[in-house]
Design a protein around this ligand. Sequence first.
Ligand code: AGP
Length: 614
Amino acid sequence: MCGIVGYIGPRQAEQVVLMGLKKLEYRGYDSAGVAVIEQNGKIELRRDAGKLANLEQMLIASPIKGHIGIGHTRWATHGPPNQRNAHPHMSMDERVVVVHNGIVENYLQLREELEAEGIEFTSDTDTEVIVQLVERHLGTGVPLITAVRNTLRLLKGASAVVVMNVDHPDELVCARLGNAGGITLGIGEGEMFIASDIPAILEYTRDMIFLENRQMACITQDGYSVTDLDGRSVTTEAHAIAWDPVSAARGEFKHFMQKEIFDQPRALIDTLGGRADFENGRVVLPEMNLDAVLIRQLKKIYIIACGTSYFAGLVGKFMIESMARISVEVEYASEFRYYDPIIDEQTAVLAITQSGETADTLAAMDLAQAKGAALWSIVNAFGSQAMRMVDGYIPMQAGPEIGVASTKAFTNSIMDLYLLACLLAEARGAINKGQLSRLVADAGHIPDLAGQVLDRDDEYQELANRFFKANDFLYLGRGINYPVALEGALKLKEISYIHAEGYPAGEMKHGPIALIDETMPVVAIVTRDDLYDKMVSQVQQAKARGGLVIALATDGDETIAREADFVMHVPEAPPLLAPIINVIPLQLLSYHIAVRRGADVDQPRNLAKSVTVE
Ligand code: AGP
């Protein structure tokens, strides 16, 4: 998980930045760097792969004296983790440096244009196009804030950036595009701070300002100004962050669950990091230790999990079967552990577990291992049992998930299953290089699409205000969206205590249709895919029986507005990745309903974050 720190004021910038990055170490990273403008007006840069201890040793050996600086901890998304790819990145004229969280989706096109103008790139990263573009705009004589604004207008995708320039040694410019992680301004006395996460600067100030999407700020040691991407001034309110570490960790959010829902674009970027190679259009999963012979002879994959992780597994079945043409069976771990499953040397068992300590899942893994299956896992908690005991694993890299109701672990699990499906498909020759490259490129758009859905939170809150008193909900989905219906129902029932059921839409006529009446909202996932027409007729069936339908539909779909009572719109997404986008409105609907009902959102009654007992 990438971390950003910036500083301007009377202290030694190098130390403020380094200490701040250390406070973000929990987020995980593979390289780090610091840049400071020295008294002589030159930018000094120290960066390398590896941990902050390496960087600290570099700074001890060769300190940088200066009062304005920026720093970054990087989780590789474009280009391997090494010295040349570590941030900060410097322009060709060595007068501008930038640190960046996010994905520049159109970086290849921008890089080609800049190289055609004679710019020589020194890294494999997407970030470097930002700093080269800022240098080009500065060359037209505009102020730094304008040069950065003109640069950001050219970028596609979600980004958070901080820029420093020797010709403007008294200011830093930062900006947030989409939801690739936050930019927080810390307001000090005669000094100012910038951070991607509050803990990095909490020891210096409690007065924080959180940039919204498409906002920029220029900070000097005496203060700050915030504008939008069109240059219009924006009035912002400073938040006084509470002293206790728990609410400090919640930051601008009321609950951890809300924070984690909004953290999903960054978490998705982080799980793509070091795995989706956008430049070469391929996937690498180093921790999976995949055996080419096994992959080619693989006949079956069991996916075992519990709760939300099980629903992610159901999505994974669609991905792996459609891309890699390997038969997949998804089983509740609590059932599988008492099965006598048919496992041979052509069988793999994949466990999905956020905590990595779920008793049922571990027991099922033990059974699989005892029967000689190749054992894999997709796990969020580093060092957990489910990560240690397997032949190969994929770290979810979602960051700590505190809320009992799982959100970002669900969407990251789905992304990891997608990456695994791509890799298996390529290794078995089920897809060609061109198909693989398109599938990888599709994944790169998802963090920004997720951010676009989050920007519609008010729409979902409005619906929650309308339905929070309902006693029953029915969630309907079909195909790859059937697991999303199951997950939407689970989210609602576990945090609001409203009875909610997820059902395959085609099964409605075999029973649940008897439940339909105007008191039970029916949430129908009717986004554009090859089952769209079938879903529209399900909506019509529910309406014909006096049902009340809330449809989840694709932007621009006017048909469904005529059929359903309410519509939540989402941007179009590639069908295999649509569950990541479609689940977010359901997460937010559940969250707002639970808040309206005064429920304990982060710690619902009777539930534990990790069920370590049978
Ligand atoms: C999800 O919202 C629930 N809290 C629960 O179903 C959870 O997904 C399940 O207990 C599995 O947990 P795990 O992913 O840590 O194994």
